[in-house]
Ligand binder design. Structure first.
Ligand SMILES: Cc1cc2nc3c(=O)[nH]c(=O)nc-3n(C[C@H](O)[C@H](O)[C@H](O)COP(=O)(O)OP(=O)(O)OC[C@H]3O[C@@H](n4cnc5c(N)ncnc54)[C@H](O)[C@@H]3O)c2cc1C
Length: 423
């Protein structure tokens, strides 16, 4: 049933995880099937309305004013084919839904750090997951996509190879995806968790981690978050009020403890959650907050990590605004082209660096200055906030932005879709 601004449940349906600039649509269509997505797109066409889509709301960059919001959260089915090792994921499913469905078979999707994130949008944006260095981007392992294009027609994207190429990395610019089929992997458990170091005691952690990443096999996917932890009761006591480096680890195979010896040699962490864990519990590795919040960020993809020493002054406890620095180690399978090429860019990047600020403030651009010479592009999934067309283009390899824009003009000539990062 369509909701309007005066309907009961309007606010509940429009507000997602990201609260910075929420949608204020004229109408909301909460869908529970592919047929209803078709109906919603056709109804927007009939009324000449712009369309936004929201699953969990983690990725919202700019709220829709007026227009139609297609809310997919209630369309969250996951069907596993354990023999073929695939899952069909409906439009509104989060990784939590997918993990719950695949775990009984000892199979894992290429999910990311937070189980609350919507699986479809994550994958359309590339999808940089916990097992990324071993298996590549989530978009590299998509078998099928069903999409309702802005003309209201439901299509199998594979029937148009250009559309199938574009949807895997080009985001929600070409239609409303009703579901995707993804490959699953035999990963019932992994060795992972976080080592939280107090930087006042162990200032060398970021450098030690960087040197370590240069030595590890592709079975190791890791990241580091560097942040002044607020002094509030909601955070665990051992890290409360401290300037912390959280080394986040996801390691396949049985050599985990041996592989992390150089990190253990740093000294005693303030907190340690590392050990064997079921893949279904992999959200514990990053242990990201799961309550709605406001945030904005800038991301850059880097050829090297050569300005770590600038972070304490620009983004440490003495900085005017709180920033969380999130760095992920890339390379491995991420640097290889998938069997069926897709639009994901900058496979040459060695690290991803995200500068995130909670609340209503803006990211302090000075933090990014020292990284300029090693910047090779950006990753849109980690870019929360409006970007210019040039900045969006920097997410792609040469010629790809133009190719994606041409396809957008073909499928969405009236620019009805208000995608997260519009092409
Ligand atoms: C805490 C946190 C952790 C994260 N971790 C990772 C990570 O490990 N790896 C990674 O790659 N990314 C990660 N992300 C980024 C995340 O993948 C993107 O923000 C993604 O867009 C979120 O999708 P959503 O459905 O949750 O958000 P939504 O805000 O519901 O959707 C975001 C946008 O996706 C588009 N969209 C949604 N559904 C559809 C659809 N069915 N058809 C077409 N377009 C659609 C719309 O443009 C929409 O505005 C993380 C984000 C957060 C906040």
């Amino acid at each position: 049933m369509m909701l309007t601004t005066t309907s009961t449940g309007y606010d509940e349906a429009r507000l997602g995880f990201q609260r910075r600039d929420p949608h204020r649509p004229a109408a909301i269509f909460p869908v529970t099937s592919a047929a209803e997505i078709e109906e919603a797109v056709r109804s927007a066409n009939d009324q000449d309305l712009p369309i936004a889509v929201q699953a969990s709301g983690h990725g919202l960059t700019e709220g829709l004013d007026g227009g139609l919001l297609i809310a997919t959260g209630g369309f969250d089915g996951v069907t596993v084919d354990a023999e073929r090792k695939t899952a069909w994921i409906d439009a509104g499913a989060t990784w939590r839904d997918v993990l719950a469905a695949t775990a009984p078979y000892g199979l894992a999707p290429l999910s990311g750090s937070s189980p609350g994130v919507g699986a479809i949008s994550y994958t359309l944006g590339g999808g940089l997951g916990l097992l990324a260095r071993r298996f590549g981007y989530a978009a590299d392992h998509v078998r099928r996509i069903e999409v309702v294009t802005p003309d209201g027609v439901r299509r199998n994207a594979e029937d148009d190879p250009e559309l199938f190429w574009a949807l895997r990395g080009g985001g929600g610019n070409f239609g409303v995806v009703t579901g995707i089929e993804v490959e699953l992997f035999d990963v019932p458990t992994l060795f992972g968790g976080s080592l939280y170091f107090d930087l006042a005691e162990h200032a060398s952690v970021p450098e030690v981690w960087r040197e370590w990443t240069r030595t590890v096999p592709d079975e190791v996917t890791s990241a580091i978050a560097i942040l002044p932890v607020p002094n509030i009761p909601q955070v665990p006591e051992p890290v409360r009020g401290k300037y912390v480096a959280q080394v986040q680890l996801a390691i396949l195979g049985d050599r985990g403890e041996e592989l992390i010896k150089p990190l253990r040699a740093i000294g005693a962490p303030a907190m340690d959650t590392v050990g064997e864990l079921a893949y279904v519990d992999s959200g514990r590795i990053f242990a990201e907050p799961d309550h709605p919040d406001s945030y904005s960020s800038r991301n850059v993809l880097l050829s090297d990590l050569d300005a770590l020493e600038t972070l304490p002054e620009l983004a440490g406890p003495g900085a005017p605004t709180m920033h969380v620095i999130g760095i992920r180690h890339l390379g491995g399978a991420l640097s290889k082209q998938p069997k069926i090429p897709n639009a994901v860019g900058h496979r040459e990047a060695a690290y991803s660096l995200t500068v995130l600020t909670p609340g209503a403030g803006a990211v302090d651009q000075r933090i990014l200055e020292p990284w300029r010479s090693s910047t090779v592009g950006r990753f849109l999934n980690f870019s929360f906030g409006k970007l210019t067309d040039e900045e969006v283009a920097e997410a792609y390899d040469a010629g790809v932005y133009e190719r994606l824009s041409d396809l957008r003009a073909k499928y969405d000539p009236k620019r009805r879709l208000r995608a997260n990062h519009s092409l």
